[in-house]
Design a protein around this ligand. Structure first.
Ligand code: HEC
Length: 160
């Protein structure tokens, strides 16, 4: 009798733990990306989007001024007009207010098989203090960027 109760409790606890982990993992993913960008491979040392300087004028919703960094793989794909951005590459855009104050950072991170209906992009938006505002398969990002689906979901310049 008692044994049955213990087994029940253990099963319940494992279930709860699994549910917690499942809920936490997308968040852990955004945190991992932020940690990578700040510590492992500081994005401020990457190249800027080819042909763009720092603090160029932007449109809504992102910011009045933008600075866009691209990882090596993304840089080469844009330069060579490869048609798409390769697996593992990232685009990191700093969004500034009209007073040129950093307001948010938006990231597109290419992960093969992650989101076939959304260009296999992982979307991330975070505050300058590192607080995550949006992450994952974010409907808002996907819906708007879908208008440039043919250009691998990118607005800033042609990869074709
Ligand atoms: C209403 C449309 C719209 C929405 C919503 C939107 N974007 Fe964008 N995004 C743009 C436009 C337009 C640009 C080109 C830069 C500019 O002029 O602001 C852009 C540029 C970017 C870029 C630089 C690469 C590129 O596509 O040129 C990144 C990275 C990015 N957006 C990430 C995001 C993320 C992450 C979200 C969701 C949190 C998001 N965007 C939501 C319209 C949108």
């Amino acid at each position: 009798m008692k044994k049955g109760l213990v087994v029940c409790c253990v099963i319940l606890m494992i279930g709860l733990l699994a549910a917690c982990v499942a809920k936490m993992s997308p968040m852990a993913q955004g945190d991992a990306v932020i940690s990578y960008l700040n510590k492992t491979d500081p994005y401020q040392q990457w190249q800027l989007w080819p042909g763009k300087g720092k603090l160029y004028p932007g449109k809504k919703p992102h910011g009045a001024f933008l600075t866009t960094y691209v990882s090596k793989g993304a840089y080469n794909a844009i330069k060579n007009k490869s048609g798409s951005i390769p697996e593992g590459a990232m685009i990191v855009k700093e969004n500034y207010s009209p007073a040129k104050k950093l307001a948010a950072i938006t990231v597109m991170y290419k992960k093969s098989g992650y989101s076939p209906d959304g260009g296999d992009w992982f979307w991330l938006k975070y505050a300058p203090d590192g607080k995550i505002m949006k992450e994952g398969k974010v409907g808002g990002c996907i819906n708007c960027h879908a208008s440039v689906k043919a250009n691998d979901w990118l607005f800033t310049g042609s990869v074709m």
